[in-house]
Design a protein around this ligand. Structure first.
Ligand SMILES: Cc1cc2nc3c(=O)[nH]c(=O)nc-3n(C[C@H](O)[C@H](O)[C@H](O)COP(=O)(O)OP(=O)(O)OC[C@H]3O[C@@H](n4cnc5c(N)ncnc54)[C@H](O)[C@@H]3O)c2cc1C
Length: 378
């Protein structure tokens, strides 16, 4: 019997652990996370804008033990890929295969003044502060969007802009909103047509998109970019993220602080050590990097599980990553859009944003409900 050690119980880790459990019932699967609960990322947006409480979408990770997974509520102190092991709550755990899916941490400190003068639209730990600031905002200019790269879920800053605009409209508060990005296009990986569609939707809400604006700092009353100073009463953006410290402190990472993996197999440079999800770096065409998105992490987790199961049963691993994935975006007025396609199409990824529809809005909500039901039960 072998032990597969899965570090991180997010989209990637849970997907890997559950797939492994189904494929290799005879081997031990240990899933480690310092959090006690799972929740999808956009739950935070719903909670921030008083649309739905966090608790409605939180599920205890301990429930996964009913599926035969050994769930450890513990901290990963060190990763030792050379020996296919990790130090967990101070004790070394040796594994036959190791899956690293430890996600990211937001790094507002990379933008001078962000922590003091801006609100982090993504951070769970800041949720109460952000909610209170939005509740108390009495109107004026808002600068929002992408304050640094890389960041998770490329379309989410635009979704948040539209939803926040609606939040204020519903309260009769006038806002003048500008959305910025360091990239020339709002949906860079999806190309010009999809970006135009997103920009047009934002324009319907009176939101202006300004591309090629790299944020240099945030000051009281202004976001300072390389294209000039944008005066505002509220700076409310998405800061860049970095891999978590235990990953950055390991020999898995390259000089840029991310784990380089094989695009198709998610293998690291160490035998039997894989990495999935937001902590990895995967180049896709000339568009840049594989987006940091839950659906991608989930697919990577399943791919890795199949490869490990194949190897444990004595076969040569043959399963490879399928780059087809879609993600749902709320686009206001009870509508949504779907963005996706084939992220690994060659020579360039084939990614598009759909038209807006009520069905796509419903699909976003169904996406969460289906994941929670499939992973944690009714
Ligand atoms: C506001 C917002 C909206 C989003 N919307 C979408 C969307 O609509 N669709 C979509 O596909 N994606 C969306 N995303 C992105 C998605 O949430 C992430 O891409 C996804 O969670 C990445 O999965 P992962 O498994 O790599 O990491 P995570 O899901 O982040 O999991 C990593 C886990 O590792 C644990 N961990 C980290 N360090 C340690 C340690 N030292 N010891 C123990 N445990 C540790 C963490 O507690 C965490 O549970 C959104 C993100 C945000 C912030």
């Amino acid at each position: 019997m072998s032990t597969v050690l899965v570090l991180g119980a997010g989209f990637g880790g849970i997907s890997a652990a559950l797939t492994l459990r189904a494929l290799t019932p005879e081997h031990d699967v240990i899933l480690v996370d310092r959090k006690t609960h799972f929740m999808v990322g956009f739950r935070k947006t719903w909670a921030m804008l008083d649309l739905s409480p966090l608790d409605d979408g939180r599920r205890p990770l301990s429930t996964l033990s009913r599926r035969g997974i050994t769930v450890r509520h513990a901290s990963v102190d060190a990763i030792e890929p050379e020996t296919c092991s990790a130090v967990i709550d101070g004790a070394r755990v040796q594994a036959g295969a190791l899956v690293v899916g430890l996600g990211v941490r937001h790094a507002p400190e990379k933008i001078p003044g962000f922590a003091e003068h801006a609100l982090n639209a993504y951070a769970l730990q800041d949720l109460d502060r952000v909610k209170a600031a939005l509740r108390d905002f009495r109107g004026g200019r808002i600068v929002t969007g992408v304050f640094g790269e890389p960041y998770q879920c490329p379309p989410a800053p635009y979704e948040i802009a539209i939803m926040t605009k609606e939040y204020f409209e519903a309260r009769g508060i006038d806002t003048d909103m500008t959305v910025i990005s360091p990239k020339p296009l709002s949906l860079w990986a999806a190309g010009e047509e999809s970006s135009r569609r997103m920009d047009a939707r934002m324009a319907e809400f009176g939101i202006a998109f300004r591309g090629s604006h790299k944020v240099l700092s945030v000051e009281p009353g202004a976001v300072v970019t390389d294209r000039g100073r944008l005066a505002c009463e509220l700076a409310f953006g998405v800061p860049p993220c970095v891999a978590v410290d235990v990953v950055r402190g390991s020999s898995l990472v390259g000089p840029d602080g991310w784990i380089p993996v094989d695009t198709w197999t998610l293998e690291t440079r160490f035998p039997d050590v894989y990495a999935v999800g937001d902590c990895t770096k995967v180049a896709i065409g000339s568009a840049g990097q594989m987006p940091k998105a839950g659906l991608i992490a989930e697919k990577q987790g399943a791919t890795v599980a199949h490869r490990i199961a194949e190897r444990l049963s004595g076969q040569t691993p043959s399963t490879v990553m399928d780059g087809r994935a879609v993600c749902y975006v709320e686009t206001g007025r009870g509508e949504g859009a779907v963005i996706g396609g084939d992220f690994l199409a060659e020579p360039e990824p084939d990614i598009r944003l759909s038209e807006n529809s009520r069905e796509h809005y419903t699909a976003k909500h169904t996406f969460e409900a289906e994941r929670l039901a499939a992973w944690f039960g009714g």
